[in-house]
Design a protein around this ligand. Structure first.
Ligand code: ADP
Ligand code: MG
Length: 260
């Protein structure tokens, strides 16, 4: 049995504001094995981004236990790669420099690693391009490569393909699975796309809002590569959908500006 890379127990996170308190996460428990690919799905405001930010070390105002390789999370670090919906590249840097970050490409080891990552995310020939010359899908592949540079223990992806068109999205899902199969990086992938959740995951975590909590965790026991048109895929998709449809939408949106 693989070791648990991530252990979350009794995790609570409440935001206080003059308008009232919002419990973004209530009693979350989740264990993620080394090399596992987990997708998190749930309606807007159920705490998906909050959970990812806590694991990333970007939010420490919680109660409960969050351990990465048996150690409490202490701020952001290279152990945790984070990928946002927008690529967040430096516009004045080339693709290869965006990936290398503060490491020098004159270092032969860095050069080799960056070249390896560029091949992995299928951007050969675009090393010297600038972000403005890239499509949205290409830019997101640069941010994936950048997050992988120092072999993070866990890759956290917050609706990374949410802004892309359906074809680009399907392509990037293939790219991500290819990366996962080659590197076996542990991944926590947030999406509100049911199809994406089932296509990528070994387990789908379904969350409910108000307060944000885990409703259920469904294993997706389908071999890779998966065929969306296959009966077994469609059956599992239906199963996730039926769980998902049980999720009650809040009648009144009490806290304005819930994260989308
Ligand atoms: P999701 O990513 O699932 O859409 P979020 O994690 O962004 O949900 O938000 C969960 C809940 O916490 C929402 O009700 C949201 O309004 C609230 N929330 C998130 N961040 C903050 C914040 N910085 N201050 C106050 N409330 C917040
Ligand atoms: Mg979010």
């Amino acid at each position: 049995m693989a070791a648990d890379t991530l252990v979350i127990e009794r995790l609570n996170r409440t935001f206080t504001s003059p308008a009232g308190d919002v419990t973004a996460l209530s009693n979350i428990a989740l264990k993620v094995k080394k090399g596992e690919l987990i997708t998190l799905i749930g309606p807007s405001g159920c705490g998906k981004s909050t959970l990812l930010k806590i694991v990333a070390g970007l939010d420490s105002d919680y109660s409960g236990t969050v351990l990465l390789n048996d150690k409490p999370i202490e701020g952001p670090s290279i152990e945790k790669g984070f990928i946002f919906q927008e690529p967040r590249l430096f516009p004045w840097l080339t693709v290869e420099k965006n990936i290398a970050g503060n490491l020098s490409l004159k270092d032969s080891k860095v050069r080799a690693r960056v070249d390896e990552l560029i091949a992995l995310v299928r951007l050969k020939g675009f090393e010297k391009s600038y972000p403005r010359e890239l499509s949205g899908g290409m830019a997101q592949r640069v941010s994936i490569a950048r997050a992988l540079l120092r072999n993070p223990e866990v890759l956290l992806l917050d609706e990374p393909f949410g802004a892309l068109d359906a074809f680009t999205r399907a392509h990037l899902q293939e790219v991500l699975l290819d990366i996962w199969q080659k590197n076996r990086t542990t991944m926590l992938f947030v999406t509100h796309d049911l199809d994406e959740a089932v296509f990528l995951a070994e387990r789908v975590v379904i969350m409910n809002p108000r307060p944000g909590h885990i409703r259920t965790v469904l294993p997706i026991d389908l071999p890779f590569p998966r065929k969306r048109a296959s009966q077994s895929f469609q059956e599992l998709r239906r199963k996730v959908l039926s769980e998902f449809e049980k999720v009650e939408e809040p009648a009144v949106d009490r806290d304005h500006g819930a994260g989308i």
